[in-house]
Design a protein around this ligand. Structure first.
Ligand SMILES: [Zn+2]
Length: 76
């Protein structure tokens, strides 16, 4: 099983929220069931890796977030 581009974007949002508050239940980016397991396997400062697994739908994915220089300006 893989995640679609939309689901990867959702996963990044979920990971960001999880990093702010790891106590809050995270929803699965695939089936939306709360209780997603997130494991931080990052190799800082080079990259961040998060392993996501969901007991409800069998999701088992690793999300890679490259760490680059801060992006200046941009999205508006
Ligand atoms: Zn799921």
């Amino acid at each position: 099983m893989g995640l679609s581009a939309d689901e990867v974007r959702t996963a990044l949002t979920i990971i960001a929220a999880w990093r702010d508050n790891a106590e809050a239940p995270a929803p699965c980016p695939h089936c939306r069931t709360p209780g997603l397991t997130i494991v931080d396997r990052s190799a800082r400062p080079y990259a961040e890796w998060y392993h996501l697994s969901c007991a409800a739908c069998g999701l088992d994915e690793t999300i890679h977030i490259p760490l680059g220089p801060p992006v200046m300006g941009g999205l508006d």
